[in-house]
Design a protein around this ligand. Sequence first.
Ligand SMILES: [Fe+2]
Length: 298
Amino acid sequence: MTPSNENELTQAVLERLSSAKDPRFAQIMQSLITHLHAFIREVDLQPDEWMNSIEFLTAVGQTCTDKRQEFILLSDTLGASMMVVMLDQARAKSRAALGANAATEATEATVQGPYYWAGAPDLPLGANIAEGVLGEPTFYSGRITDTAGQPLQGALLDIWSGDGEGNYDMQLEGSEMAARARIRTDAQGRYWYWSIRPTAYPVPVDGPVGRMLEGMGRHPNRPGHIHMMVSAPGYVPVTTHLFVANSPYIDSDAVFGVRPSLIVEYESHPAGTAADGRMLDVPYWSAHYDFCLETQAT
Ligand SMILES: [Fe+2]
């Protein structure tokens, strides 16, 4: 078919999918082409705007390095990452073998963000995962259970955090891995470790996504949060954050990641002996949170 107008053009492109071998890929491309064509027509995209778009996407790709992922940032700031996270968790929930004894909802997921760095050290319970990192000391503790409230022994918390000035190790020139650790629960499903109280920070604004945010009249800031992937064999893993209650931008996260169930009150303490016996010669904070994992559907 040789298209002679806009409608026929869309149809012609869609027809070329008829020989696609993977039906899921064909479904995704069919929808993408349909929406892309409709979008171009809806905004009546001009040739110079089309070229700007090409140059923008090119710049997004060129800004990526082994430590900077501008495409994830683009996805995050457009709410696309959070949409995928929400759909994925809803899917896991509907598949889960939720028994009649389910007492607790599984911990809600949020965006992974661009700063995950695989290979964090395995540290023992009670370790300070942010040794030498700028920021106010914080004692983190809680439990990891299943939805029936049963403790999960050996469940893994894979944690990463920015420092007390909002910078991640990956962003600091020549920095080693810092404020990252893998910690496992004890026989009662308990965990505890030390880190810092995370502060609000802007996503990187010196690249194309920063210019896009500026063009949209949006601020680039995220409220204070600490990241973790929580997992245990036989359970649906969850990638999430804990957010610092009352942190600036808690109501306007640049990547739409805040969920009320993930907001934690950080309690302040004077210098002294902390709950795990550690002596602090400066004031410190504590944050308590219980995680809950859904049983993996078989
Ligand atoms: Fe973060």
